[in-house]
Design a protein. Structure first.
Length: 373
């Protein structure tokens, strides 16, 4: 049986070059980057060159990057500090955000009584930003938090338009770019964003490491205290091998971006063409979506829907129903619920997400399995 991994929006396989690089660092660079002796200084050099490399690939300054354990932590840090320390009194978001954002927003609403405004969804799965201008017009201290690429549907946000609107009304803009870092050519200094977040495991790097971009124009306070690491903004001994692995993964992804994007897009197009032929009545959830995510509703009964992922898993095929954290649940996805018709929500939705390591053969295996159900 050939195992087929088509769940790259949940996480990606690590690049062998990244693993080699990390092993080499773990073997020979075990100093604590805060130590002043040669072992520590050497680890510090690796840490700071990783920061410079990421900054170069993201179009920002090294001092604007803070290393964290993942994007969830980075989002918690940013959202909490703007409310707690910078006087933000309103958060504007959407119900289609990842729970890393949604749960943080709810917590802040409860703990700090900030106003929360949810922008609605358009029928194509994008966020309806038509009221954003009038919402921000009163210039109440606000942070807008919207994701760049939706992790379930691939729906895209126009970062420039949203960021320009925010800045015209002196609102801060946090963009969850977890699904696009490594897959999109960022030039942060040309984008009107104050904060973005990333997790290395989404771009062929290791799990357990990510970063926050915090524009140099904004000064936050820490969520985790206990040391002076990361300019005092994120205490705790830096995971040098993880951070170096993340920098390497990003550098490789960006170097091969043009090629990989074309290749992955061709896989997605092939998949959709084959699905349309095999399943008349199939629906794509969202349109003009990001090139590595395809979300479809299959014309199958509710009974089949319930066992679909399990049956595919038995055949060694990994796809997802929504985000990985809710794949086991039978509740409709909180994202699809915002724009998919009620009767379609009863049918099985599949998120198929591709990477540079997939082939057309993987798609054929998935199709054959689905046809056999
Ligand atoms: N935001 C988006 C859009 C995601 O897809 C994910 C992970 O699935 C996260 C945030 C959280 O990432 P992590 O679990 O690595 O912190």
């Amino acid at each position: 049986m050939k195992n087929v991994y088509l769940d790259n929006a949940a996480t990606t396989p690590m690049r062998p070059e990244v693993i080699d690089h990390m092993v080499q660092i773990m073997q020979s660079e075990y100093g604590n980057a805060s130590s002043t002796h040669s072992f520590g200084r050497s680890a510090k050099t690796i840490l700071e060159s990783a920061r410079k490399s990421i900054a170069k690939n993201m179009g920002c300054e090294a001092r604007e990057l803070i290393f964290t354990s993942n994007a969830t932590e980075a989002t918690n840090l940013i959202l909490t500090s703007v409310v707690r320390d910078l006087g933000v009194r309103r958060l504007v978001t959407s119900k289609m955000e990842h729970h890393a954002t949604l749960y943080t927003v709810s917590k802040l609403e409860k703990d700090y009584a900030v106003e929360v405004v949810y922008l609605p969804a358009n029928t194509d799965g994008t966020i309806d930003i038509s009221d954003l201008h009038s919402i921000l017009a009163d210039e109440k201290p606000t942070l807008v938090t919207l994701m760049h690429v939706n992790n379930e549907t691939g729906a895209l946000l126009d970062i420039k338009t949203v960021g320009d609107l925010c800045h015209a009304h002196r609102a801060l803009f946090h963009c969850d770019t977890v699904q696009s870092v490594g897959k999109w050519d960022f030039n942060l200094h040309e984008l009107p964003v104050d904060f973005i977040v990333a997790s290395a495991h989404k771009f062929h790097g290791p799990k357990g490491v990510g970063f926050a971009y915090i524009s140099k124009a904004v000064v936050l306070k820490p969520l985790i205290v206990g040391g002076e690491q990361e300019k005092g903004l994120r205490a705790g001994t830096e995971a040098v091998h993880q951070i170096a692995g993340m920098a390497k993964a990003l550098a490789l992804d960006i170097a091969e971006l043009a090629h990989d994007q074309g290749y992955i897009e061709s896989l997605k197009n092939y998949c959709w063409e084959q699905f349309e032929l095999a399943f008349p009545g199939i629906k794509m959830n969202g349109s003009a979506t990001f090139y590595n995510i395809l979300n479809v509703t299959l014309p199958m009964s509710e009974e089949k829907a319930a066992m679909l992922l399990f049956n595919l898993d038995m055949k060694g095929i990994a796809v997802s129903r929504g985000s990985a954290c809710q794949s086991g649940s039978s509740k409709p996805s909180h994202v699809l619920e915002q724009f998919v018709a009620a009767e379609d929500l009863k049918r099985p939705a599949l998120r198929i997400s591709f990477s540079r390591y997939n082939t057309k053969e993987d798609i054929d295996v998935l199709l054959d399995a689905l046809k056999g159900l």
